[in-house]
Design a protein around this ligand. Structure first.
Ligand code: GLN
Length: 448
């Protein structure tokens, strides 16, 4: 804990943490030390974890990096957080992110942008940028983030760490601030696959507080990692790898990884995914629709911030929401409200739901023939701060490779796969079928 606290102090300029629970973490470490000596410590004894500011930690501030939750204190623990604590992990602090997890660069936080540790003029990715950088810069061992459309895998790639988005419903969403409820997943950042496997087996599984969570038993992911590798995995990669807009070094690195797999004796085949162009619009229609509905609860009545310039009930709603939400969040609420409005509902929302179903079926078809789909996770390596902030559409387009796993609901991981000419990390994405995390982690461990 002392090691990480000192790193946090030295790397304050990264703006990765919004709160650091210094005294508390030290006390807890001492208590866990006692437990270790008496042989009664939990599975994660002493593991130092940071949590994205979208996860509830009882009696600690929680605000989704938004002004609208100024002063809000969690009254309970998110299930994932509770399970970490039960196994004696130590929560070291609350991590900066894009406001309400909306963004791809961590420049939308009400607390200012997070910086990439390799080059402070570049973004760490988003929305869980603080969580990714914290693992990258050794400010903690593990971070919990959230992945609605890539927010764990994309920043993991930009920061050269491993980021897992499990199957939708594998981890309870209780205590996770809702963005797009049918997409939201808690995800895990680590330096290696082993750590992620161990944390996943602790936090996954049935939970009485989340009716959508899967009742499937949780495998022992960490012991499955050492299973025999008989090279029988079948791997598909998409032809779109040759598409424009993909940074050449990313294409080269991923093709080299594919060639290594072939040389190692795996079956690796190129496939077509003709629906590629529909994935992004489907995601942004449905995610903004769900967001506009989820964020309606922040009205100045129940939580956090309330404008002091109000004259009546309506002006309170309006002023509180106009002052409390940042620009990008307001843009999403407007988009979502539009696609859900009476005149446009069928043209956008209903249509997107249908397209989502088709994308799911087509992806599942591939995943019955192959164990994995490999593809890039980002079209470029970490870009400069401010490079895309004037053009939100450009920012959305950069999510091209990350949203498919969320639209479909399947698990996906980003593992480091070389560097570009500036020394910036490149991520390789591997997608597996529903609830195949064991296989996914096993394979990731081999290729890392
Ligand atoms: N960049 C995507 C968005 O802004 C994904 C965000 C996320 O996964 N939370 O919606």
């Amino acid at each position: 804990v002392r090691h990480h606290l000192s790193n946090i102090r030295q790397k304050e300029h990264l703006n990765a943490f919004l709160s650091v629970y210094e005294a508390e973490a030290l006390t807890r470490a001492a208590e866990i030390d006692q437990k270790l000596q008496s042989g009664k410590a939990g599975k994660l004894a002493g593991l130092v974890v940071g949590i994205k500011d979208v996860l509830a930690y009882k009696d600690h501030p929680l605000q989704g990096a938004s002004r609208i939750l100024d002063g809000f204190i969690s009254q309970y623990n998110a299930t994932a957080v509770q399970r970490l604590l039960d196994e004696d992990a130590i929560i070291i602090g609350r991590q900066n992110c894009d406001e309400f997890a909306m963004g791809s660069s961590n420049e939308n936080s009400a607390f200012g942008p997070v910086k990439n540790d390799l080059d402070n003029t570049r973004v760490p990715g988003g929305s869980s940028g603080g969580s990714a950088v914290a693992v990258m810069a050794d400010l903690c061992q593990i971070s919990l983030g959230s992945d609605t459309g890539g927010s764990v895998r994309q920043p993991a790639a930009f920061c050269g760490v491993v980021g897992l988005k499990p199957t939708y419903s594998r981890i309870s969403r209780h205590g996770l601030i809702a963005y797009g409820s049918s997409f939201d997943c808690i995800g895990i950042f680590g330096k290696c696959v082993e750590d992620i496997a161990l944390v996943l087996e602790v936090i996954a599984g049935a939970d009485a507080y989340d009716s959508t969570v899967s009742q499937k038993p949780v495998p022992l992911y960490s012991s499955d990692l050492t299973a025999d590798n008989n090279k029988s995995y079948r791997i598909a990669y998409i032809r779109e790898l040759s598409s424009e807009g993909l940074q050449p070094e990313i294409r080269e690195n991923i093709l080299a990884a594919i060639n290594r797999l072939k040389a190692d004796g795996y079956t690796v085949e190129e496939i077509d995914f003709p629906l590629m162009e529909y994935i992004l619009p489907t995601y942004y229609i449905l995610a903004t629709a769900e967001a506009s509905s989820n964020l309606s609860r922040f009205d100045g009545v129940r939580y956090g911030y309330r404008s002091d310039k109000t004259t009546d009930l309506h002006s309170m709603y309006k002023k509180t929401r106009s002052e409390g939400f940042g620009k990008e969040v307001q843009r999403r609420i407007l988009l979502g409200t539009f696609v859900l409005s009476a005149r446009y509902y069928d043209a956008y929302y209903t249509k997107a739901q249908k397209v989502r179903r088709i994308i799911r079926e087509k992806t599942k078809e591939i995943l019955t023939k192959y164990d994995f789909i490999v593809m890039p996770i980002t079209p470029t390596t970490a870009f400069k701060l401010g490079e895309h902030t004037d053009n939100p559409l450009e920012m959305y387009l950069a999510d091209l490779f990350s949203v498919q796993a969320n639209v479909v609901g399947v698990p996906a991981i980003s593992v480091p796969c070389g560097k570009d000419r500036n020394g910036l990390p490149i991520g390789l994405q591997v997608i597996a079928d529903d609830f195949e995390e064991s296989k996914l982690l096993h394979f990731s461990n081999i290729i890392m």
